[in-house]
Ligand binder design. Structure first.
Ligand SMILES: C[S@@+](CC[C@H](N)C(=O)[O-])C[C@H]1O[C@@H](n2cnc3c(N)ncnc32)[C@H](O)[C@@H]1O
Length: 365
């Protein structure tokens, strides 16, 4: 029985570098997954770390993130049962693209921002070749690994600053992190085996979506457990500010402007969960739309808005809830995870009916 439960645990999730990723909390979260469930939904899935745990546990796993570069990881590692990138695919990806002249967005926009020209041209050429791979899972895998290579190359692993080339020319920084000066192609080839080895079939038809959660929920049914890991509003919630380059690379926008020193795309996608002015009404809608799902797990942080007791009241309209906490020992892990801040998990179950005896009712009358 125990063996059955852990039979996919020799597959390893390729370590992400993503604000608020939960890969370091998985065994803690696992303790609160209820027994006897079969279909689970990771509603704000980011790096897909929690979906990967769900897949390992043998559940039918549905995953969603409104940013497409995260959806590509979901397609590659959660939905995909068997396709990996082999030597022939690498020849396709690294060949001189026949459509090279139509693919110049990264060179034109990000040369001398995050990359030297040569690296930007390499990225455009690689991007032009991705659609030549012969199925969507191979394509998704190519996106997942090249995007991860970019976060490895760029200092601090995000694109919300303009220090990349300054740090990549600083001998002390390079000594500490050689990835800053390594060609993206080499980083890609180093990372690929860990992704190829993470692909498995858990005998379920898992699905990855790329939608705003409030639009997607009404279209889903028969879910036993939903996991919510929304941006921690008021405490690092700017996913599009941090990862705009990966979304631009994946979408290869034709209809956006690129603004400020980092060349972030504009207009951004609408979240509803990252700004104080609309977060409460978004949660109200989220919980109403999820009321039929029996079990909810919600990750939260004691520095987020709304504060914990107000947030609990929003949940208690629909569920009975207990609050579990885990204190950070250090500041690693991003998203409000500074030393002393707490990772919180709201464990929510169907409300127990509260019966009042006839005698009590008579006394109250
Ligand atoms: C805290 S992160 C999730 C981290 C994830 N659990 C992990 O382990 O990597 C929150 C995610 O919510 C996504 N997001 C924000 N607003 C959204 C919305 N309205 N619908 C769907 N996803 C959204 C962001 O793109 C971000 O990836």
């Amino acid at each position: 029985m125990l063996f059955e439960e852990y039979k996919y645990f020799h597959y390893q999730f390729p370590e992400p570098q993503y604000l608020g990723a939960k890969h370091t909390h998985l065994s803690w979260i696992n303790r609160f997954i209820p027994k006897g469930i079969s279909t689970v939904f990771d509603a704000f899935s980011g790096s897909q770390s929690v979906s990967f745990l769900f897949k390992q546990l043998g559940f039918k796993t549905i995953t969603n993130d409104f940013l497409n570069f995260n959806n590509q990881i979901g397609k590659a590692l959660i939905e995909n049962k068997s396709f990996n990138l082999d030597d022939e695919d690498l020849i396709t990806l690294f060949q001189k693209s026949p459509d090279k002249n139509d693919f110049t967005l990264i060179e034109n926009t990000f040369t001398n921002v995050f990359f030297e020209r040569e690296e930007a041209v390499f990225l455009d050429n690689f991007r032009a070749n991705i659609p030549l791979l012969d199925n969507e899972y191979k394509q998704a895998l190519a996106f997942a690994v090249i995007n991860r290579s970019m976060t490895r190359k760029i200092t601090m692993g995000h694109f919300g600053h303009t220090q990349a080339l300054i740090y990549a020319n600083d001998p002390e920084r390079i000594r500490r992190n050689r990835s800053l000066i390594r060609p993206i192609k080499d980083l890609f080839l180093d990372l690929l085996p860990s992704y190829n080895n993470a692909i498995f079939d858990n005998s379920q038809d898992n699905q990855s979506f790329n939608d705003n959660i409030l639009d997607l929920l009404p279209k889903l049914s028969n879910i036993d457990l939903v996991y919510f890991d929304p941006p921690y509003c008021d405490s690092h919630a700017d996913y599009q500010g941090f990862y705009h380059l990966l979304e631009t690379y994946t979408e290869y926008w034709k209809d956006k402007e690129f603004v400020n020193g980092t060349k972030r795309y504009e207009p951004q996608r609408y979240s509803g969960f990252d700004k104080k002015r609309n977060v409460i009404s978004s949660f109200e809608k989220l919980f109403e739309l999820s009321s039929e799902i029996h079990h909810w797990l919600i990750s939260y942080n004691n520095r987020s808005y709304p504060e914990i007791n107000d947030f609990k009241k929003l949940i208690m309209k629909y569920k009975d809830v207990t609050i579990e906490t885990k204190t950070y020992q250090n500041g690693r892990g991003g998203k409000g995870s500074v030393a002393g801040s707490q990772e919180i998990l709201f464990v929510c179950k169907p409300r127990k009916a509260h019966f009042i005896s006839t005698q009590k009712q008579e006394q109250l009358a």
